[in-house]
Each structure stands twice: as C-alpha cells, then as structure tokens.
Design a protein around this ligand. Sequence first.
Ligand code: NAP
Length: 243
Amino acid sequence: MKLCLVLGANSDIAKALVRELARDGYAFVLTGRKVEELELFARDLKVRYPSLSVEVRKLDLCDFNAYEELLKALPKLPELTVCAAGYLSRNYRPEELYEEFLKNASANYYCPAAFLSYLAGRLAVNGGGYMVGISSVAAELVRPVHFLYASAKAGFSAFLDGLSLWGRAYGIKVLHVKPGFVKTKMTEGIKVPSFLAAEPEQVARSIARAIRREKTGVLYAPAYWRFLTALLRLVPPSLLPKV
Ligand SMILES: NC(=O)c1ccc[n+]([C@@H]2O[C@H](COP(=O)([O-])OP(=O)(O)OC[C@H]3O[C@@H](n4cnc5c(N)ncnc54)[C@H](OP(=O)(O)O)[C@@H]3O)[C@@H](O)[C@H]2O)c1
C-alpha cells in the first residue's frame, strides 16, 4: 500500500484533501502540532472509511530534532508527501512586526522547506517520491496587508520550483500548489467578493486530480487564479487597493 505523509495535517485544506484521497488506496500518516485534534479527525475518517489505515504523529515542522524520529517511525519512506502548513499574519502593528515576520517566515518557508529538504535527501537515495507543497498566489501579489506572509510564500515557491528541478535526477516529482482565497480558519473574518472565495473541498478536488495524474509544476487552485494573478501583476501596485 502506498504511504501518504501529511505535514500540517490540521489545515482545513489538508483535511479536505485527505477525505478526497481516502478511496485512492493510501495509508495515511497525519502529522501536526495538535495531536488531539488530529486524533478526532482520524477517528472520523475511520468511521467513514473503516478499512482506511490512518496514523497520527506529532510533528512541529520547526522542531528540527524531531525529523529523524518521525522518519524512523514510518513503515517506509512515503510515496506521497503533502505539506499544508502555513500561518497568515493579521497583526501588522509596528511594535510586533518583527515577531510576526519570524512567525510567517518559519511557518510558511523556513520550517516546511527544512523538512522537505530533509526528506528529499532520503528519497533521492531511495529511488524518489512525489511531493506536494502548498504555497499561495500571494507569493506573486505582494500587498501591504500581507507582505510578511507573501514574502515567506515567495521563498517557499522558489524552493518548490528549485526542488522540482533538482529532484528530476533522483526520481523526485514536485507539485507546487498556489491556491487563491480559500474559506478556512486561516482566512476567517476576511471579506472578499464571494466569487473569489473557494471552499477547501473545491481546492482539494483540484489537488487530488493533479495527484492522481502525478502532475508536476505549478497548479493554481481554482485554475482562474493563473489568469487573475497574471492580470493583476500588470497593474502598478500603487493603483491597487491596499488589501
Ligand atoms: N486559506 C487560504 O485562503 C489560502 C490561500 C493560499 C494558500 N493557502 C495555504 O494553504 C495551506 C493550508 O492552509 P489552510 O487555509 O488550510 O490553513 P489552516 O487551516 O489555518 O491550516 C494551517 C495549518 O498549518 C499548521 N502549521 C503552522 N505551523 C506549523 C508547524 N510549524 N508545524 C506543523 N504545522 C504547522 C497549523 O497548525 P496548528 O493547527 O497547530 O496551528 C494549521 O493546522 C497553507 O500553507 C496556507 O498558507 C491558504
């Protein structure tokens, strides 16, 4: 049975994706910082899909010393790894800008990229694997209200593109997902026009379709964000609204 390792599995998008992939013959290892919450999700999955193999493990991606222990606890290296961890800063008060920078840079770039590098090193000498990283269209559309998040996602996007090129020689395939606005706990309370706000299930379906085809490269989710992003990048930043 193929093994799917999920990082930041308490994410609403990750949970929707796991539900979507539950009938695809994977055994799942769900990792995250809040194990109790993940256990509840795993129990719910077992009720819906009684034959599903699902295990929960604690992993804070910023706990670099925990990486080896996690990999040792797996029955084998994963065929599929999904990284959904992220943090969107809402607080841009001058006195907390530095703290928020550190939170954004670690949750969206430094720690996920650290784990994926660690794992890719192992996969490379083991015949390869398929890695899915969730970045954001924000990486291409930096605005004052989210520049800490956007800059960290830009770093993660560059990392995923680079990992994809580097990994080719080792049988490592990379899918780089760039969602637009998705209605999850991350964006709770943020107002955008309803036609721009996707449900996590919609994004999960599009990621699952790409995974089934072992697609590589960039996946915009929903797809119209590819054009919207390209269009908005033509507009001088000073003419765009502050959001
Ligand atoms: N929602 C959107 O509009 C949107 C748009 C574009 C891209 N994205 C990206 O899509 C991904 C999933 O987002 P979502 O909307 O599903 O957000 P979410 O529900 O808020 O999930 C984010 C998850 O990341 C986890 N996380 C943060 N730092 C971590 C760390 N150091 N180690 C392990 N887990 C960590 C959080 O864990 P805890 O539960 O422990 O806090 C949380 O469960 C994120 O990368 C996000 O940036 C989202």
